[in-house]
Design a protein around this ligand. Structure first.
Ligand code: MN
Length: 423
């Protein structure tokens, strides 16, 4: 067992019982300090722990990490240290706050390096290089195939043979809490003879998880499925905003473009693969058998509960989906093996998103397109208003958490408010 994952460890910090951030989590992020500079941090309970300060005080001295790694606007330099070092940092943080380890005088110094999580601003954790979005939930791909093509042949012929994906846009990935404007673009309304231009009318979320690359691969050298997880630093929540009307008109034949590239929200925390180790589960059986380069051994899916809420302005929110990352047909190792099988290399900070994560029943669909059946049905909000898609001033909130042996590892939130389209 990874030392820091031991469910028996208790912290001397006060941690709320339902916290996403028990001492067994120790995710990594970046916060803005009082002088406005980025600092690499972790979170335990409601304490943000400034790792630059912890490093300055010598607690990581034996790990030989330079100051600039933590005095940094992004996690990239930290991730690039390699898992041997980043795992050692996580284990050390666990020791520093473990109630049974009294080797260090952290208790006296805690005020010097902690902040109230409710009072600090979290920054975009990763400087995203390339962003790839997959389409790996069989339930989602089937639902969309039924809506847009042939209900009898919902999946296209390639779907069960390779993890379908496309290259997305990295520049518009923003951290949770950043408001976005409704996008504008070309649409072809039903029955119209020529396209119109204007604010998107069918604005949608996509419930996804994203993994972050923490190790570079070489151009020309594919990553094997058995090696793939060594390249993955950790996971975060991801809302891949989608303008369905823009998407529908533009996507033929080269796939998603402006209907996707206007914004995506990521949670401020990257939960490490180490922390997720206890939550491995078996993936769904793949039929027909996949090609040898996509075959894998062991449990490569992860049991992460996922939730989506819509929060209208000045009114109560409503949960519109409860899904789980374990439903993914194609796992991350297969996605990475496929991504690099042609020799394409990956770099530290690259982001790969799962694709919309839908479950089998309609309470578990990961997009409004599926929840409203293409706009046929609406859902009632607590204030009496109805939703088929996302309206101006709505905030979409995504949450995720794993639970086992009395330990809850949470991902925080990926939340974003939609402002009206700019004039
Ligand atoms: Mn997507």
């Amino acid at each position: 067992m990874i030392k820091a994952n031991n469910p028996k460890i208790k912290s001397w910090l006060d941690i709320p019982a339902d916290s996403d951030f028990p001492i067994q989590n120790i995710p990594f992020g970046v916060f803005k300090n009082r002088s406005g500079a980025g600092r690499v941090c972790t979170r335990i309970g409601d304490y943000i722990i400034d790792l630059a300060k912890v490093n300055d005080l010598g607690y990581f001295a034996d790990l030989g990490i330079s100051k600039s790694v933590f005095r940094n606007n992004f996690l990239n330099d930290f991730m690039a240290l390699g898992k041997k070092t980043t795992s050692a940092v996580r284990n050390r943080i666990s020791d520093l706050f473990n109630s049974r380890i009294k080797k260090w005088n952290t208790r006296e110094l805690v005020k010097n390096f902690t902040h109230d999580a409710n009072k600090v601003e979290m920054l975009l954790p990763v400087k995203v290089g390339d962003y790839t979005d997959f389409y790996s939930s069989i339930e989602h791909a089937t639902n969309l195939g039924k809506l847009f093509r042939d209900p009898k042949n919902a999946l296209l012929p390639n779907w069960r043979h390779l993890p379908v994906g496309y290259h997305g846009r990295a520049s518009s990935i923003v951290v949770s809490g950043t408001p976005i404007h409704r996008p504008k673009g070309q649409q072809m309304p039903a029955g119209a003879k020529k396209p119109v231009y204007g604010p998107c009318r069918l604005l949608d979320f996509e419930l996804e998880m994203a993994f972050v690359i923490g190790k570079e691969s070489n151009l020309g050298q594919p990553i094997k499925t058995e090696d793939a997880e060594n390249y993955i630093f950790g996971l975060s929540l991801f809302n891949d905003w989608s303008a369905r009307d823009i998407q529908k008109w533009e996507y033929v034949p080269l796939g998603p473009f402006l209907g996707k590239s206007f914004a995506s929200h990521i949670a401020p925390w990257i939960v490490t693969m180490d922390a997720l180790e206890p939550f491995r589960v078996k993936g769904p059986k793949q039929k027909p058998a996949v090609l040898p380069y996509l075959q894998y051994e062991g449990e490569k899916n992860y049991d992460v509960n996922l939730e989506v809420l819509i929060q209208p302005e000045n009114s109560e929110g409503k949960r519109v989906s409860l899904s789980n990352f374990k439903y993914m047909y194609w796992n991350m190792s297969q996605q990475l093996a496929h991504h690099t099988v042609n020799g394409c290399n990956v770099k530290v900070g690259d982001l790969m998103a799962s694709g919309t994560i839908s479950g089998k029943n309609k309470n578990s669909y990961g997009s409004m397109l599926e929840i409203s059946m293409g706009g046929k049905h609406s859902i009632k909000m607590p204030d009496g208003s109805e939703r088929k898609f996302i309206q101006d001033h709505d905030t979409v909130i995504m949450k995720g958490w794993c639970e086992k042996d009395g330990v809850r590892i949470g991902f925080g939130e990926a939340s974003g408010k939609v402002l009206p389209a700019l004039k």
